[in-house]
Design a protein around this ligand. Structure first.
Ligand SMILES: [Zn+2]
Length: 223
């Protein structure tokens, strides 16, 4: 699959339903949300069980709902899934819901979109256990540059929004495993690219080419 020539931006993770002709957007669906009947051109989807959705009683139901949504051909990634020490059911419930999704992602050959708030030990434990063959992308990363460097060393990819785009973090991660996102910020993805260009010292064209190539290689498109 080749991206059309007029595409400039990739918004790796958004909760916005609006489409823009110059952007490929990966819109996030939580388990239980179906892929809509109609969606703008250039929209792809991720689908996952968000840790905030989990209670002690609902994992079975959410897993069934996710399997139904994930089978849609426009769902190209599994997630956002992950660990949140501040919200949602904790401990084993989060861990086993994450492993379930990691195994689906492996079986379907799809990358994972990861939400992680303070749950880095669990995330690393899961990675050691699953040994994924497809990329795991930590979205909305806002941690320190030393945490970024150690996670990058373990093979994680990163998707950064305007607030996470610091020169220190950008010096600590591989730019070939980097994506940009708006998440629920309400910003335009073009603004996030401009932050990236300023923080990393790229001109517009190089930044656009870099992220597009990264997205292609993430999804294993033929380059
Ligand atoms: Zn999100």
């Amino acid at each position: 699959m080749k991206l059309p020539g007029e595409i400039r931006y990739v918004d790796f993770h958004t909760h916005s339903a609006g489409g823009s002709a110059d952007t490929i957007a990966v819109r996030n669906l939580m388990a239980g949300n179906d892929v809509p009947e109609d969606f703008p051109a250039n929209t792809l989807f991720s689908a996952g069980i968000h840790p905030w959705q989990l209670t002690d009683d609902n994992p079975g139901q959410l897993q069934t709902e996710l399997l139904l949504t994930a089978a849609h051909p426009h769902v190209v990634m599994i997630g956002e899934a992950g660990f949140d020490r501040l919200r949602g059911a904790q401990g084993e419930v989060q861990y086993s819901a994450f492993l379930f999704q990691a195994h689906i992602a492996e079986e379907m050959g799809k990358p994972m979109v990861i939400h992680c708030v303070k749950g880095w030990d669990e995330l690393r434990r899961a990675r050691r256990e699953v040994k994924p063959g497809r990329p795991w992308v930590i979205h909305g990363f806002r941690g320190s540059s030393s945490l970024a460097a150690s996670l990058a060393g373990e093979g994680f990819w990163f998707s950064l929004g305007a607030k996470g785009l610091t020169a220190e973090v950008l010096e600590s991660v591989s730019h070939e495993k980097l994506l940009l996102e708006t998440d629920d910020s309400g910003q335009q993805i073009a603004e996030v690219y401009h932050h990236f260009e300023a923080a990393a010292g790229y001109d517009e064209q190089s930044a656009e080419r870099l992220v597009r190539n990264n997205f292609n290689s993430l999804l294993n498109f033929s380059l």
